[in-house]
Design a protein around this ligand. Structure first.
Ligand code: NAD
Ligand code: MG
Length: 402
């Protein structure tokens, strides 16, 4: 069906992996979508290219130095995109009244405030930024209800589960006869490895994912299985589930993107090629379906689907995340903050792969959990956990083990 006027979209994190896939889908449907704003942190050259290509009304970048550079480039290329800088500008393009849809694809805690701003403005929010939900779950979902935002999960597993549940699933899983959510995991690049083998893994090895091409932070998270841990927490908030209702299933082919099990024995799965443009197109067009540029699934080429239980001994991050969710309050905030610091340190060559889980565990043990009652508390505990993580890291630099 044709829409009266095009739908207006802001893409936050436009220069990232999800941002790029989003722009690819949008460009396939110029009659359906208009781009209001594109945002990025530092990659000004890339943002310039995107502005020339997609002609958004606005572009937002972190520093004013980069904004000035971008303004000059765009004006000499006769592109009339207005360029702004800073967090206030980021929040403005998330809540602007002319915007219908916000793609939340900033990585990490930095995405929390702008994503929440989009929710509070009642937008259709396409949520890729799982860290925002992990940090503020209760508050975030409450804001979705209060402001009548439409929250559509883009993380492929959650998008799959969303497709496997009845539309009105927010009344609770048991109400609809759902007994379990089966969260599939590829297992990452080190599936089957033991702790000793994992010790000397390099950042480039960790970022070479067998099935998905993604940003470096989530790639490391996939390698440690912290990504699955964050996703378990994400699933609990999105689908009003308790941690024991979410079972992680290792499925190396990444063809089934997740499943819902029902009390009558039915298990409904969503399948497709591992290409983020599928969930992105789903979120953009819901409840309609549009072409995503994704190749049709060739089951004969897939040939087989394998399943196994995760190895939580070699990959303790999954257990740490589940325990943090069970502890509740700010425990997931601490988990996420410590993990962000740890992943950055690992990528910078400051500590070994196995140090990530150890650092997260140490910070969780060193921090006290409080109720995540409001945003100030969440941001405070996030900052506190980061300071603690940096203290442990500094000790590690001076020779103490992690
Ligand atoms: P990426 O590193 O490729 O891109 C991150 C984007 O966020 C970039 O545009 C960057 O400029 C911007 N950004 C980073 N820090 C920022 C800051 N402090 N302020 C403002 N902007 C900032 O990451 P990605 O792989 O596209 O992942 C984005 C989010 O989507 C993450 O939360 C990730 O967990 C989630 N996700 C990604 C995939 C995937 O396939 N890549 C799948 C599922 C979920
Ligand atoms: Mg995922």
């Amino acid at each position: 069906t044709k829409q009266a006027s095009p739908c207006t979209v802001t893409v936050m994190g436009a220069t990232g992996s999800i941002g790029g896939s989003t722009l690819d889908v949008l460009a396939r449907h110029p009659e359906r979508y208009r781009i209001h704003a594109l945002t990025a942190r530092k990659s000004r050259e890339q943002l310039e290219v995107l502005c020339r290509l997609h002609r958004p009304s606005l572009a937002v970048i972190e520093s004013e130095v980069d904004a000035r550079w971008l303004r000059e480039q765009l004006s000499s290329a006769n592109v009339d995109t207005e360029v702004r800088s800073g967090e206030a500008a980021l929040i403005e393009v998330a809540e602007a009244s002319e915007v219908d849809v916000v793609m939340a694809a900033i990585v990490g805690a930095a995405g929390l405030l702008p994503t929440l701003a989009a929710v509070r403005a009642g937008k259709r929010v396409l949520l890729a930024n799982k860290e925002a939900l992990v940090m503020s779950g209760g508050l975030f979902m409450e804001a979705v209800d209060t402001h009548r935002a439409l929250l559509l999960p883009i993380d492929s597993e959650h998008n799959a589960i969303y497709q496997c549940l009845p539309t009105e699933h927010r009344q609770g899983l048991s109400h609809h006869g759902v007994t379990q959510l089966l969260l599939t995991a590829s297992g990452g690049p080190f599936l089957g490895w033991k702790a000793e083998q994992l010790a000397s893994v390099t950042p480039d090895q960790a970022c070479a994912h067998p099935n998905w091409s993604m940003g470096r932070k989530i790639s490391v998270d996939s390698a440690t299985l912290m990504n699955k841990g964050l996703e378990l927490i994400e699933a609990c908030w999105l689908f009003n589930a308790n941690p024991d209702q979410v079972q992680v299933v290792v499925h190396p082919q990444s063809v089934i993107h997740s499943m819902a099990a029902y009390s009558d024995g039915s298990v409904i799965a969503q399948m497709g090629n591992p290409d983020m443009r599928t969930p992105i197109a789903y979120g953009l067009a819901w409840p309609e379906r549009i072409d995503a540029g994704v190749e049709a699934l060739d089951l004969f080429q897939v040939a087989r689907l394998d399943f196994q239980a995760p190895d939580e001994e070699a990959f303790p991050c999954l257990r740490l995340a589940r325990d943090a969710m069970k502890s509740g309050g700010t425990a997931p905030v601490v988990l996420n903050a410590a993990n962000e610091v740890a992943v950055e340190a690992f990528l910078a060559g400051r500590m070994p792969f196995g140090g990530i889980a150890n650092l997260v565990q140490d910070v969780l043990e060193g921090a006290s959990v409080v109720s995540a009652g409001n945003l100030d508390i969440i941001l405070e505990e996030d900052a506190r956990a980061r300071r603690l993580a940096h203290q442990y890291l500094a000790r590690h630099d001076q020779g103490a083990g992690l």
